[in-house]
Write a protein that binds this ligand. Structure first.
Ligand SMILES: [Mg+2]
Length: 262
């Protein structure tokens, strides 16, 4: 089976302003990629480009990469190796990395569809569905509690809230207010959006262990694997990461902490 070509669309989906510890998100800029094969199977991916400024450039990069993939066998790992080799001098990070990741996801989706298996099973894993949950922005104690109550009223059994307030006490106040508003059976998750230093994360996460959270998402920079490993060893609550990995990190591209002293 060979890759026939790409169909690419840009979508700017308006959303209510969603505050995070890293800024306000008011629109969801998405590149929708479909990779066609000569066997009639199509794989899809959605790439969230964070800012509308990156939407068209990411889509155009994918379009410009299409001739490098078209006509190749549908072998996602081999195509990924070839594309990364091709971009070695420019560097497969930033928007290039994002475009390559979107293509990679669509190729794997097509490959799984061709095998008739969910991708997680094809990769040797087991499906572990996550409970549907409502999102809560960086909305303070009262705003987060109101949103939690609203999701509970709408029948959801899980919520995930942005935290990363100036102090740990504020993080805990928001979590407890949501718990009080949504009831004891609501599954609570929190997301730091990479806003803590490893030292600060170590202190806050140990305190959050007592709050009964289902997971704590991205407490530190997404690619600081040593910090994640240390935090995971110190914390009972599961840590969540992966949403912002769009670069394949090899031994030649080791993460270097920005704040080596911390
Ligand atoms: Mg997140």
């Amino acid at each position: 089976m060979k890759i026939a070509g790409f169909d690419i669309r840009c979508a700017s989906v308006p959303m209510p302003p969603h505050r995070t510890a890293s800024g306000v998100v008011a629109v969801s800029p998405l590149v929708l990629l479909s990779v066609r094969t000569d066997a009639g199977i199509t794989g899809h991916s959605i790439t969230f480009t964070y800012t509308p400024a990156a939407l068209k450039p990411t889509a155009e990069l994918m379009k410009n990469i299409e001739p490098l993939a078209a006509g190749q066998p549908l072998a996602p790992a081999a195509v990924s190796d070839a594309l990364h080799a091709r971009f070695k001098m420019l560097g497969a990070q930033g928007l290039v990395g994002m475009a390559l990741a979107g293509i990679d996801m669509a190729l794997w989706d097509a490959f799984a569809r061709a095998q008739g298996l969910p991708l997680v099973q094809l990769l040797g894993g087991q499906p572990r569905p996550v409970r549907a949950y409502g999102g809560i922005g960086y909305d303070g104690v009262e705003g987060s509690a109101r949103a939690a109550e609203d999701w509970a009223r709408r029948g959801l059994l899980g919520i995930k809230a942005k935290i990363g307030y100036p102090t740990l006490a504020e993080d805990i106040a928001v979590i407890r207010a949501m718990r009080a508003a949504a009831g004891p059976h609501m599954q609570l998750m929190v997301d730091y959006n990479q806003s803590l230093s490893p030292t600060e994360a170590g202190q806050r996460l140990q305190a959050l262990d007592a709050e009964g959270l289902a997971w704590i998402e991205e407490p530190v920079a997404a690619h600081d694997f040593p910090a994640f490993a240390r935090l995971a060893a110190q914390t009972r609550t599961p840590l969540q990461a992966g949403e912002n990995w769009w670069v394949r990190w090899t031994s030649a591209m080791r993460w270097t902490p920005a704040c080596a002293a911390t």
